[in-house]
Design a binder for this molecule. Structure first.
Ligand SMILES: NC(=O)c1ccc[n+]([C@@H]2O[C@H](COP(=O)([O-])OP(=O)(O)OC[C@H]3O[C@@H](n4cnc5c(N)ncnc54)[C@H](OP(=O)(O)O)[C@@H]3O)[C@@H](O)[C@H]2O)c1
Length: 336
């Protein structure tokens, strides 16, 4: 059978299962699809109407596939990506292990597909970075960027499957008047907002904030004076971002709206009078980056505010990774 020969590392996780979902949605020709996790042991994952048997990663014969998506965290990528590369497998890595390595392309195909070249290992950015650069890139290219300030409102699925369970159980406990001891986050996330998404690092910014601040310039290919505050909110799927930016050159609001509307992977949802503003519920389960609340800053002539929302598991992870594969599809002879 002709078609792609694909392995998904971390197929039982949130991103891995979303990769399976997006692959099924895209209806790509597949000759081999190998779902990998820590253990097989009779576990199965859904792929369209089928169920596939999960296989243990440490027994993988890499000669079976030509492309591998890694979605199992940094230690797994660190341990197994070199082995896959040795077998001439093209690796699209969702972990942050090589994102800032100058030798490794960090790619959002709608923005910098040219960066891929013939690289055997391609890094896919952090979820909150992907939706941000998709919205920033067209504005940067036409008007230049002087300054960007981002505050995120990130869903718990960005942390992984255990955080989704924790939110559900905390909500249930709250409704039933019971107590629930958080395991994933240091304090309850239900009925709460956490002004940090992960560990604090340099200059009291968190790791998630540094990812936004460092990955964005690498993808846009220009230094960007970007500062971020990344916040966790009790939403299951869909990251939202309040973005303030100042451009080098002047613009009219209608031009910005038109530019974004005609840019890849963006849907402008911007009619607040009619109740049309981007929300995580609207973003969940689809691939567009929703952009709205477009307005000029009252004090800064070239200052623009916007609200950017996307499904972090699809656009922020699985869909971007699959779009990378499609951008280099001519590497593989799919046999027509
Ligand atoms: N969630 C997001 O929005 C998002 C967005 C962008 C990037 N990412 C990145 O994607 C990766 C996965 O995130 P996730 O949210 O899907 O996590 P998750 O739901 O916690 O799933 C983790 C997956 O990794 C597998 N795994 C863990 N240790 C393993 C090992 N030693 N050997 C083989 N498989 C192992 C797990 O398999 P078992 O079932 O066998 O434990 C599971 O399939 C992470 O690098 C994350 O940073 C996540």
């Amino acid at each position: 059978m002709s078609g792609y020969r694909i392995a998904i590392v971390g197929a039982t996780g949130l991103v891995g299962q979303t990769l399976l979902q997006v692959l099924a949605d895209y209806r790509l020709p597949l000759a081999e699809l190998v779902p990998l996790a820590r253990e097989g042991q009779g576990r199965r994952v859904r792929f369209g109407n089928e169920e596939l048997a999960v296989e243990p990663l440490d027994a993988m014969d890499w000669r079976r596939v030509e492309v591998a998506f890694f979605a199992a965290g940094n230690p797994v990528s660190e341990a197994y990506v070199p082995e896959a590369l040795r077998h001439q497998v093209t690796v699209i890595d969702k972990s942050s292990r090589w994102r800032m390595d100058p030798e490794i392309p960090l790619v959002v195909p709608q923005v910098n597909r040219h960066a891929i070249g013939d690289a055997p290992l391609i890094a896919s950015p952090n979820c909150s970075t992907i939706q941000l650069v998709i919205a920033l890139a067209p504005i940067y290219r036409r008007y230049g960027l002087k300054r960007v300030i981002v505050s995120t409102y990130q869903s718990v699925s960005g942390t992984g499957r255990e955080a989704v369970v924790e939110l559900e159980e905390e909500i249930r406990a709250h409704v039933e008047g019971k107590t629930y001891a958080p395991q994933v986050y240091p304090v309850p996330i239900a009925q709460n907002v956490l002004a940090y998404c992960d560990a604090f690092g340099e200059q009291d910014y968190t790791g998630e904030e540094w990812k936004l601040m460092r990955e964005t310039p690498k993808i846009l290919g220009t230094p960007v004076r970007l500062s971020a505050t990344a916040v966790r909110v009790p939403v299951q799927v869909g990251h939202a971002e309040s973005v303030y930016l100042e451009t080098e050159r002047p613009w009219a609001l209608d031009e910005i709206r038109d530019l974004l509307q005609h840019s890849p992977a963006i849907r402008v949802v911007d009619d607040p009078g009619a109740g049309l503003v981007p929300t995580p519920l609207d973003a969940a389960g689809q691939d567009d980056v929703l952009v709205g609340r477009l307005r000029r800053d009252p004090y800064e002539a070239n200052g623009l505010h916007m609200f950017v929302v996307a499904d972090n598991l699809r656009r922020g992870a699985a869909t971007n990774a699959i779009d990378i594969m499609l951008a280099i599809a001519d590497r593989w002879n799919l046999g027509g």
